[in-house]
Design a protein around this ligand. Structure first.
Ligand code: SAM
Ligand code: SF4
Length: 338
């Protein structure tokens, strides 16, 4: 098998696929309500059949994990049938999804039956008013129901993504880690990343480092101990409260990047391969694919493999966000998928 190994020896086994740039929420750090968005035209969104072709070729090159993201992946019509087909792709061992959780209470069962293995659910506040301030939507209770349903349906481990926003939700850290006492949840605090479309208020002074938050937690819970995370836990480092069923951790993309261990590439909703989230270089895979007739299946597969290889070889050794350099990236998280 021809493997996807980059110029720095990292083997790429993980593909993140953004299914759509559309979302039912308008999070202040991702797609704030006061910004005008130019959504990708319907015909420019990668079709499910195209994603399946890409997934098959990628699996033949050693990709074993696929994460579906967005925008909000659950707003894309036909997503359940698509997952059923994706789960039939030979070589894929793990299909997961990052979702805002709003539709999970009604969809979790079908998602599980279709072959989805697990979910990461974004939840930035446990306070109903603050949740609305951050997401633009009064959806906290429904998301909490979605989390319960995901646990019941066995979409595990259920991970909760909390983007840390100084002065907005950093006072809720303790409430979040308390969730891990009674429930087998992995709560991950994510450092806020500066991107293209954000409210002024998130760009200025909203960053708070994981280190500061961990120090606060350790002051309050000196018995919290670090744990070796289970398989599939990615770039987070984890801790557990004594007797806790779950754990909590940090994704420090800015203060302490984990680029040396990066094993992923991304496929945007528009069909571009993006070697690094925080670097704007992309390769136009959909454009290339649509130049080749449907009937030429082997030619299409060769084209996908060749662009996957090129994308992987052009993966930078690390990103430069947080380095003080200006304008190193300029992207929409909702198109790429975080
Ligand atoms: N809609 C889904 C959701 O919110 O989980 C999937 C897409 S969202 C772009 C993927 C992840 O990126 C979410 O956990 C979200 O909180 C995170 N994210 C979005 N913008 C971010 C930013 N500026 N900094 C850090 N994380 C961000
Ligand atoms: Fe939507 Fe997720 Fe972006 Fe929030 S973070 S606006 S839920 S895509």
């Amino acid at each position: 098998m021809e493997k996807l190994i980059d110029s720095y020896g990292r083997q790429i086994r993980y593909l993140r696929v953004s299914l759509t740039d559309r979302c039912n929420f308008r999070c202040i750090y991702c797609s704030p309500a006061d910004k005008v968005f130019h959504f990708i035209e319907h015909e420019e969104i990668l079709r499910f059949e195209e994603i399946l072709e890409i997934a098959q070729a990628a699996a033949e090159m050693g990709i074993t994990k696929i994460r579906l993201t967005g925008g909000e992946p659950l707003v894309r019509k036909g997503v359940i049938d698509f997952i059923s087909q994706l789960s039939q792709v030979n070589g894929l061992e793990d299909i997961s999804m990052t979702t805002n959780g709003y539709y999970l209470s009604e969809m979790a069962h079908s998602l599980r039956s279709a072959g989805l293995n697990r979910v990461n659910i974004s939840l930035d506040s446990l306070d109903r008013r603050k949740f609305k301030r951050i997401t633009g939507f009064d959806g906290l209770l429904k998301v909490l129901r979605g989390i319960e349903t995901a646990l019941q349906e066995g979409l595990i481990p259920v991970k909760i993504n909390v983007v840390l926003l100084k002065g907005i939700n950093d006072d809720e850290v303790e409430n979040f880690i308390k969730l891990t006492i009674d429930k087998p949840l992995s709560v991950r605090f994510i450092e806020f990343m500066p991107t293209n479309h954000q409210l002024q208020e998130t760009n200025e002074g909203r960053f708070i480092s994981a280190k500061v938050i961990l120090e606060r937690i350790m002051d309050k819970y000196p018995d919290a101990h670090s744990v070796t995370a289970e398989k599939g836990c990615g770039p987070a480092s984890y801790y557990q409260l004594p007797g806790g069923q779950g754990m909590f951790g940090f994704i420090t993309a800015i203060s302490q990047h984990f680029c040396s261990r990066c094993n992923r590439i991304r496929l945007t909703a528009e069909g571009n391969l993006r070697p690094c989230l925080l670097n704007d270089r992309e390769l136009e895979l959909k454009k290339r694919l649509r130049e080749i007739p449907q009937s030429q299946t082997e030619l299409r597969k060769d084209a996908i493999k060749s662009l996957l290889k090129e994308a992987v070889l052009s993966k930078p050794i690390s990103h430069r966000l947080g380095s003080g350099e200006k304008d190193v990236t300029n992207f929409d998280m909702s198109q790429i998928g975080g």
